[in-house]
Structures are given as structure tokens and as C-alpha cells.
Design a binder for this molecule. Sequence first.
Ligand code: NAD
Length: 542
Amino acid sequence: MGKGFFQVPTAVNEPIKTYAPGTPERDAVLKTYKEMYKSKMDVPLYIGNEEIRTGDTITMHPPHDHQHDLGIFHLAKKEHVDKAIKVALEARTKWADLAWEQRAAVFLKAAELIAGPYRSRINAATMIGQSKTIFQAEIDSACELIDFLRFNVEYMAQIYEEQPESSEGVWNRLEYRPLEGFVYAITPFNFTAIAGNLPASAALMGNTVVWKPSDSQVYSAQVIMEVFQEAGVPPGVINMVMGDPVMITDTILAHPDFAGIHFTGSTSVFKGLWSKIGNNIDKYKTYPRIVGETGGKDFILAHPTAKAKQVATAISRGAFEFQGQKCSAASRAYIPQSLWEEVKKYVIEDVESFKMGSPEDMQNFITAVIHEGSFDKLAGYIDQAKKDADTEIIAGGNYDKSKGYFIEPTVIVTTNPKYETMCTELFGPVITIYVYEDIKWEETLKLVDETGIYALTGAILATDRYAAAQATRALENAAGNFYINDKPTGAVVGQQPFGGARASGTNDKAGSKLNLLRWISPRLIKETFVTPTDYRYPFMGK
Ligand code: NAD
């Protein structure tokens, strides 16, 4: 137990390295990239202190070079999932009883390992396995993961500090217990930082975790496990299993000690998880915490007073960085007629200047989409838009999967504001633009708010303050992260806590105190110093 009121180091955002030509970080990451690319990984299940290789494996390939073999990862059978749960439950008491500063030290060490000795390796793994450019890898797998780990320690300390009032003769104390049971973390392919944070944030608060990464992110998930091990996360605290998501999930959600789910991924998967948890509710010892950050159909809305070049840049960066595979990526835009010709010119210029190819060539701004399923789906939407009468493709529109899953950044313009690609999350480098008549600004606000089921991110660009204020109010429920005169991507931990509402998630804001509160179950302890010995109250006197 703590023998002092320790102050945690003040969390600061990890500075983003430039990787400009001639910098040592550029040489280091390229060297690591080359070494990793040549060698093959053999990623086991991590259960307790065991690395289990089941022999039932999947081969990993870089999305930008799908014939290249990166090695294998092993798939769990039901017995391995049962074992991971058992081990997590066995590890729980010791981990939950460990003084908080010891838990904090483990994850602060993980942050420093990523900032230093593991930086090149985790960035190179993210470049290779998820096809991120070095800049996209750096802001994700290095900086954002470091920030999550550092800031969460600070938020944990703030939570523990919050204590109730005490009255005369009484001492009230709040104890922030971990959940009773184990936590299940399911993570998406698109952010290495999210993959690390979902198990780590629950573990930091004293929980033990079974973590299932996405098949398309196992390559960098392996590096996360290396970091956790070197940082001293004890065996059984974070157990990593890969395999059939339905089998793993059904096994876990049927367990009476399942205490919470920390999910990021698509909306339909999350809704399925919620239903399963609901159907199993009588099996559980406690009401499970359900935290899910899911899909989006994120918007850019330009007011007639916006500056065309700024609008175009918000579109080019907001829609196409990491091939539009950010949950926050802009995928629908509303541009006033009066600005359209100018915005169109700049957007086309930008898109035509993008270089596309392997992330190893650092001049490339665009690389491949994550896998063939995603490629085929995106190609299908593009083909449909080529045929439909109410759409026109003004940039991009080509695709090629002969070497990697390359989709050209594509701009669709539609005359139908409810056209399918204005409403459905495609999760790729495709944005659809609707040009509105300037006088229909107010109707357009309503349209933005009422199109689709999501409410994740959105941006308004305007120089007229009244218009910005009006949009901020009218779109209050249309986005959990709302940007004024900026692109809708690039949230920074500790500055812009991230999450959406409506079908976009439970809005528990990863990288904030709000999220950590979901992984604890407070116990109030009231201690009375002079205990009453007579049941009668004064009012009962004669
Ligand atoms: P996905 O839903 O396909 O997969 C996410 C995870 O769920 C993976 O680990 C996958 O294996 C698992 N999964 C798939 N089917 C399952 C099932 N039936 N039962 C249990 N688990 C299952 O998502 P993805 O393609 O990896 O990621 C992209 C999605 O994630 C997009 O919709 C994006 O908007 C969303 N996302 C949201 C946020 C956010 O903060 N809101 C952040 C990142 C990604």
C-alpha cells in the first residue's frame, strides 16, 4: 500500500518527430523497416507467462505488397480462450492489490520505452503491417500511444484524489476498486495506439484483461506485447488471443465473471456485442460495463464566408490521410455554390499531386487500404458512382490490386444529398461532396444533422462568427468532436478527448478521465469514531 501521497510526473504530449531527409530518426526507422521486412514474425498467443503456438496460423502480408510474407500468427481454440480467462482471474487479486503507484510506474515505463528504444520498431511495424506513412505511424503508434499511457496515469491520480466530505466524528473515504471480474478488450486495425490503450487503460485501473486485436494489426500488436513485457506488466494482467472473433467473443461473454468490454471498431459489430451481452445478462455476477467507440460519417461544412483554400486543405488532409481509414476521416462535405468552383480547383490540384505507393518511399502521401475485402468494397462503390446519374467523379476513381490494395483518392460530387456514399461509412479514400445553394444555409445545417446514423466528428469552416456560432448550436448532437475552421481529424490526447454519440459509440472519450471512470467501481467507506450506543434520537425525548 502507498506510504505517501505521491505526485505523478506531469503528462506532456510527446513531440512529433519530423522524419525530414537527413534526420537521425528517418535513418533509424528506414533501417528498422528494412530489417523487419526481411525477417518473419511468429506471433504467439500470450496467456499468463506462456507464449502459446497452436500451429493453426494465418500468414501476414503488408497491404501495399500482398505477396510478401511477413510471418505468421497463431489462432486460439476455445480451450485457449478459457485458459486466458482463468489466468486473468487468477492474476486479478495480486494486481488489484498492488499499490497504484506501482501500476502507474509500469505504464509510465511502457511510455518511455516507446518514446525511446522501441520507437523505430513500433513505427516500422505500423508502416509495414497497416501501410501507414512514417508521419501517420509516428502520430499514432509512437506519439498517441505514449500520450495515452502518460495522461492516463495523471487522470488516474486525479480520480483517486477525489474524495467525499467528512463530518464531525466521521471519516468518509472513496476507494476506487477495479471491476469485479475481468475486462475484454477488442481492438480495430486502424490505430496501433488504440490497440495498446484499450487493454492498458483498464489494466492501469487494476483490472486484468483478455485482449483480442484485429487480424490486420497483429504485426504491430506483437510489438506492443514486447513493450508491455519489458515494462513489467506481470503475467496474466494483459493476455492476448487471436482467432475467430465470434468464438472468442461467445466464450468470453458467456463467462459469469465478464465485467466489462472495451471495444473500438465498426458499429454493426458493436451492436451485435451489445445484444449478446443483453441476452446473457442473467449469467453475470455484475452488470458489465459496455464501452464502444464505433463508426462515423464525418462531415466538413463550409459557410459561404469560408476561404476556399482552407476548405480544400481540410478536405485533402481530412479525407485522405491514412487512405481515409481514420474513424474521424471526413467522408461527406457540403460546399456553397459560390465557393465551389474555387474549392473544386484546389481539391483536384491537391489530389492530382498526391503520390501513392509503399510507405518505405517517404514521398508517398497515400499508401494501400488494409485488405482485399476493403479494396473490393471501395471499388464497388466507385464503380456504382461511375454509373449513377446523380453523381460525378471529379478526381481519382481508379484502383489496382495487382501488387497492393491501392485505391486512388476519389472525390465524388452528387446532386443527391442522401446519395448512399453521403450516408454510409466506406472507410477508405473516398469523399462525397454536395454543393448547396448559398441561400439554403439553414436547410443545409438540418441536412448535415439528419443525414446518416452517426455522430463522431464534424468540421465547420466560416469567417462569419455568427455562422460559426449558429452551426455549433445546430450541430450540437451531430458530432462528439466538433472542429471550427479545421479538419475533423487529428485529435490529441489530453487536448481533444475523442469519441462520438448516436451510432458512433458510447462517447466515453478515450484518453480522458471519463473513460477511466468506466473501469472502476467505487466503494464508499464510512468510519464512525464514536459509535452510538443508544437507538433513541433527541427528538424522542419527553
Ligand atoms: P471491425 O469492426 O471490423 O473490427 C474491430 C474488431 O472487432 C476486430 O478485432 C475484429 O476482429 C473484431 N470483430 C469483428 N467481428 C466480430 C464479431 N462478430 N464479434 C466480435 N468481434 C468481432 O473494425 P475495423 O475494420 O478493425 O476498424 C474500422 C472501424 O472501426 C470503422 O468502423 C471505424 O469507424 C471504427 N473506429 C472507430 C473509432 C472511434 O474512436 N470511434 C476509432 C477507430 C476505429
